[in-house]
Write a protein that binds this ligand. Sequence first.
Ligand code: 8Y4
Length: 258
Amino acid sequence: MGVVNVTPDSFSDGGHFASGASAAAHARMLVGEGADIIDIGGESTRPGAAEVTLEEERRRVLPVLELLSDIGVPISVDTRKPQLMREAIAAGAAMINDVEALQSPAAMTAVAESRVAVCLMHMRGTPADMQRAPVYDDVVGEVAGFLAQRIDAACAAGIARERIVVDPGFGFGKSLAHNLSLLRHLREAAPDGIALLAGLSRKSMLGKITGRDTGGRIFASVASALIAAQNGAHILRVHDVAATRDALAILNAVNDAD
Ligand code: 8Y4
C-alpha cells in the first residue's frame, strides 16, 4: 500500500488543483513502482496536528479520487469523517482506512451501507494527546483484544469478515518499547483469517533507533517492513514502494526455497 498525502498547496489559492494533480501523479508513480493499493489521506494524524474541516478534507481528497478513476488498483481513503467516507465510496474508493476503527456509529453505518473494505486501527488516546506517556499492562494482548472487539462490532453491523483488515497502529499512543513488542509479536495482534496491515514507514520509532530524520529513514523503513511481512503482515503501508518491493522479492524467494 503506497501512501499519498494530499496537503494544501501553499503556492496556489486556485482550488487546490496543483496539489490534487501532484498527489495523483505521485499515486501513479507508486503504482509504477509496484504498489497494489494506494492510500489517500487529506488529514494529518501526526501527533499534535491541527484539525481539518470536512469541507477542506473533501476539497483535498475527492478531486484526487476523480483523477485516479482509471488507475487500476484499489484506492483506500484515510479519513475519520463519516460524510467523507460516504462521498469517497460514491467516488470509487475501495477501502476506508479509519484510524478510529469505526468507533463513531455514523462511520460504522457509512461503511456497513456499502460493500467496501475497511481497515480498523488501534490507537490509544487521540492524535492530539496520544504521545503523553502511554501505559499498557500487556500491549500485545490489549491491542489484540481491542481489534477483536472492533471486528465483532463491525460484523454485528453487517460488515462481512472478508471486508475487514486490522492494524496495531504503530506510533499511535505507543512508546518505542510498545512498538517493538507489537512488531516482534505482530501475528498475535490479529485473529487467524483476518488480513493484517502494518504501517511503520518513516515513523519516529525508526528515528529513535537510528537517530535519523524522516528523509533518512528509508533503509530503516524497508527493514521494518520486511520484519512485519515475515511476522504475518499481509499489507504494508509504505512511502518507499520500489525499495520495499525489492526487499519483499528477496523475502518471498527465500520463503519459497527448497
Ligand atoms: C513521517 C511520515 C513520520 C509519516 C510519521 C508519519 C498509519 C495510518 C498513518 C498506520 C493505518 C504516519 C493514516 C502516520 N499511519 N493508517 N495512517 N496504519 N492504517 N506518520 O500505521 O504515516 S499516518
